[in-house]
Ligand binder design. Structure first.
Ligand code: PXP
Length: 260
């Protein structure tokens, strides 16, 4: 299982003070040394963390392939094509969201997504689509010519948090917290099954499969049992842990879980 470390939150900390420290560029060598396989960054339209200059320097200097998350906005796609990361992951983006809340509506935006996939592939960038784990989204992802899909694990992570940590971290999680435990357990199984069915279907259609969002040192185990998933992209939990043990150790611990 490959690990992509999402380093956006290093820039979140910098932007909290609007100064130049910490520099996400300094994470590259540490993440590489700790055994991760990929650097993931998200150049958001509002530039709330990673900015254009970060993205340029990270892509030029990373010792690992860079996976750049981006919206379908034409201005953003133009920047991605110019910077040429190893891969672009297309994600939905809403200004007011705290983090990417759902998967891309591939079925509803088939034409626009096909066009962007072609543009990116012409620029020799691999294309992944961040989708909710449902078969329609997987079928449409193959239809538009994506190389891979990243399955949104947010639903699974929220239910897991409600069941086992009592620390709901999204409004959606708080709503569902009202459910009795047996129902939550059933919903956790459903979320895992949806991920598994989607991963299997994606494999059948020749798509490489990644997963991510809300994964941490506890809940990742359930995802590791799903066939076909080759890569996880994890940010929040690794950067949070690095506050206590340092970034290198935090990445090493996650790599050990993924390999072990
Ligand atoms: N994958 C995608 C497509 C994302 O948008 C994010 C969040 O930026 C992640 C993975 C990482 O999520 P988390 O920070 O919850 O680990």
């Amino acid at each position: 299982m490959r690990l992509g470390v999402n380093i956006d939150h290093i820039a979140v900390l910098r932007e909290a003070r609007k100064i130049n420290d910490p520099d996400p560029l300094d994470a590259l060598g540490i993440v590489g040394r700790a055994g991760a396989d990929q650097i993931t960054i998200h150049l958001r339209e509002d530039r709330r963390h990673i900015n254009d200059y970060d993205a340029q320097r990270i892509i030029q200097n990373a010792p690992l392939p860079v996976n750049m998350e981006c919206s379908l906005d034409p201005g953003i796609i133009e920047i991605v094509c110019r910077l040429q990361p190893h891969r672009a992951t297309l994600v939905p983006e809403r200004r007011e969201e705290v983090t990417t809340e759902g998967g891309l509506d591939v079925v509803g935006q088939l034409d626009r997504i096909s066009q962007v996939v072609q543009e990116l592939r012409q620029a020799q960038i691999d294309v992944s689509l961040f989708v909710d784990p449902n078969l329609d989204a997987i079928g449409a992802s193959a239809e538009v010519g994506a190389d891979m899909v990243e399955l949104h694990t947010g639903e699974y992570a929220n239910i897991y948090a409600m069941l086992y940590t009592n620390l709901p971290h999204t409004p959606h999680a708080i709503q569902s917290l009202q459910l009795p435990r047996p129902q939550l357990k059933a919903r956790l199984m459903e979320a895992l099954e949806a991920l598994e069915h989607s991963a299997i279907q994606a494999g059948k259609l020749g798509l490489i499969v990644a997963a991510g969002h809300g994964l941490n040192y506890q809940n990742v185990e359930g995802i590791l049992r799903i066939p076909n998933i080759e890569e996880l992209n994890i940010g929040q939990s690794i950067i949070a842990r690095s506050v206590w043990v340092g970034l290198e150790q935090a990445v090493r611990e996650m790599v050990a879980l993924l390999h072990g």
